[in-house]
Structures are given as structure tokens and as C-alpha cells.
Design a binder for this molecule. Sequence first.
Ligand code: BES
Ligand code: MN
Ligand code: MN
Length: 462
Amino acid sequence: MENIKSYVQQHKDRFINELIELLKIPSVSADTAYSQDVIDTAEAVKESLSKAGCDLVEICDTPGYPIIYGEKIIDPNLPTVLVYGHYDVQPPDPIELWTSPPFEPVIKKTEIHPEGAIFARGACDDKGQMYMHVKALELMVQTNTLPCNVKFMIEGEEEVGSASLAWFVERNQEKLKNDVILISDTGMISNQQPSITTGLRGLSYVEVEVTGPNRDLHSGLYGGAVANPINVLAKMIASLHDEDNHITIPGFYDKVQELSAEERAEMAKAPFSLEKYKNALALNDVYGEKGYVTNERNSIRPTLDVNGIWGGYQGEGAKTVIASKAFAKISMRLVPNQDWHEITELFTKHFTNIAPAGVTVKVTPHHGGQGYVTPIDSIGYKAANMAYTETFGVPAIPVRSGGSIPIVALFEKELKSKTILMGFGLDSDAIHSPNEHFGIFNYLKGIETIPLFYKYFVELSK
Ligand code: BES
Ligand code: MN
Ligand code: MN
């Protein structure tokens, strides 16, 4: 532990500067305008893994963006940790709401991060958290403390559904063989109270299109006499929740795993202040499914949310028009044991059924994935908890997260191994939002905690 602390202290400025360089490359996977930047980032990640001490690093071509594979095998008889992360980032928009440009990282102090935080798109999700693992490897190699084999698999399409990763994993099962998968792409409760993510929600993401007349119409000449696709879409969307905020799609809850009263009581023990929650988001009240509290609504319960809605005239001034079409993008967060293909089908059927005469409806599924839950009695979980306990001075609390990393369920299916989600971000780090940041404290704590995971994982595996 002392070794680790002093190595981090000695090299922290360089660790921060290296991350800042990586954050300058705008690796936005959703927007093809950035495709060269995404590829350049892959190259930079490869370089960093070689420098950190991997014996083999490859840029693996896929049908989409490349995957970086790296390894350091010290003894085939020792356990192998497979580290997964992503080097792509979300689009930065709305860009005008950033207080500094998203790809010009700067360190600023905040109330929650008095030591400073790096502000940039991807700082927390996931370049900063991924890079902790690269620096932890460097630390273990330089201090001769790497206790086992390590493999890295860093992808560039996580934010757009990981299609190429699924392709890659299916084709490289032998290469990716491991004893545990380690991911830092989630959060923790606070800098005083670490937590380990024991669950992720699944996802079904669809786009809907409602078509009325074959062209945009004068809203005076035709208004009231034909279906207005925007009015209709709004009504259809509103009907997807009832007055208790339950989702109305028939069969939607059929497979939902209900938690026992004991499990819910256990969840309620995690520190949480509703007042702080509301204040942080400037809300006068919270909102959600009747019968569940906020921390249940955002983790163990499935949801349906419109992520974007458009149609008609949006320019300056007024234009009197009935649009021919209206659109929306809708995400459904799923919980164990909902199947995302099944839910996508149920949605499509229901949404088509509720369309009134006078419009036609098209539903286009985007990406999706299964949810995940992991037990807390595995060697991996115990090792992670021991590591956090040592660096934070208090044990970690198991927490089910509302976010999704669909590839985790696929790892279990294809590679037959458990994933440990050691996240170091905070909810307030504004991932996917303007002004995303990652605390310097969190970044350095991550680099300190990861080597201890390796140490305890190998000890407990004996
Ligand atoms: N790292 C996030 C997921 C996350 C964040 C999980 C915080 C738990 C806590 C990941 O990059 C992400 O954004 N995933 C997407 C899904 C993906 C298929 C686009 C998400 O959850 O919206
Ligand atoms: Mn992520
Ligand atoms: Mn993300």
C-alpha cells in the first residue's frame, strides 16, 4: 500500500497530463464527422498500453471502430484479469452550455471536488476511468507488484451500442479467456462512501415515426379535418404511462424480478438525501412510479422515457402548418429478467395497436441489451471490497445502478465469467451532459485501488 501511494504521489502530475492529452481528441462515435479522431484515439490508447508495460498490443479491425487488445502474461498458471473500457465518448452538445470547450480539458474546483476536477467530454465516461487501469498497470510493472496476468480490451463503440465488440468477442473467445472481468465505467455513492455496482439495467432503444397526410398542410385549410401526427404522437406517448406512472404496455412487467422486502430494506440503508438530490437538480419534487422510492425507481424498476421528439416547424417566428410526420426516440431501461428483444416486440405491437385511424406508425428498433446482476459472495466482489476498504477506510456498499453496459451480460454468456464493476465516478460528474468532469481525487484513488484488487483477487484465488 505504501509503495502504491508513493508511486502515485510521485507521478500524479504526469498521470493527469497524460489523461488531458487523451481527452483532447474528440472521439465521438455517434457522429461520422469525428471518425478520424476516433481512430486517432485508438492509436493513442495502443501507444499508452505499450508504454505501460503490455508485451503485446494490437489494434484489431472490426466492421466498425477498432478494438485495442493488450496483454501481459507473466505465468499461464496464474489468474488472468480482463480489463474492459471504452475510448469513445458521447457527443458534446449542447455545446453552448459548456463553461469551457469540451475538448480543451481544464482543471476546476467544485464543491464536491475541492481538489479539482478535469472538465472535458469523456473525462469520467470513460476515458478517465479506463486510463486509471492503464496507469495502474504501469504502477504494478514499475514496482514489480503485478501478481497475475492481465488482458485489456478497449472498444470505440460503447456509446453507440457495442455492435463490433459483440462481433469481436464471439470470434476471440480463446484470446479473451480470463478469470474475472474488471470494468471502471460506473459510479460510486460519494468520495467518502465507496460502492460497488452489482447491477446494471438492460435497454431497448426504439425510434417511432407517425405519418399523417402525404405532405405538410396549411393548418387553417386542413386543421381539424385530418389527423395531426404531432398531436397524435403526443397523445400516444402520454398513454404509455398511467396515473401511477406504471407503464401500460401489455406484458411489460411480466418477467420483472421483484425484490423481497428484505432486499429493499437493505437497499434503503445506503446513504441518500432526497433534499440534496432535489437541490442538485433544482427540482421542487421527484417523480416516478407509485410504490417505489427514488433509489428503487432508478435501479430496480424498468422505465420508459422519450429521449427526443421532433416534427413540424421549429424555425424563427410562426408558421401555420400541420406536419406530415412526427418522430420520437424512446428508451426503455430494463431489469432482470426482462428480455430486450421481447420488450422491443411488445412495444412495437402496442404502439402500432394504439395508433388511431388517420395515421400510420413505423417503429424502428435501435440497439439494446440485457440487464445484469452479480452476487456479492464471489472472489471478485470480495477482492474489490477489500481494495476499497483499504484505500477509503470504509467498506464499499453494493448498489444496483440504473445505467446500462449491455456488453456485460454478453461477456457472461460468451466468456463465462463474472464482471466486477469498480466505478469511481460520481452522479454529479455530469456524464453525457454539458460540463462532464472527473475528480482528481477519484482518478488518483482509482489508480491506487486497482492494484489492490489484483493483489486480493490473486490471494483469494489460491
Ligand atoms: N458508462 C455508461 C453506463 C453507466 C454509467 C452505468 C454510470 C452505470 C453508471 C455507459 O457509457 C453508457 O452511457 N451506457 C449507455 C448505454 C449504451 C448502450 C449507449 C447508457 O446507459 O445510456
Ligand atoms: Mn461508459
Ligand atoms: Mn456513456
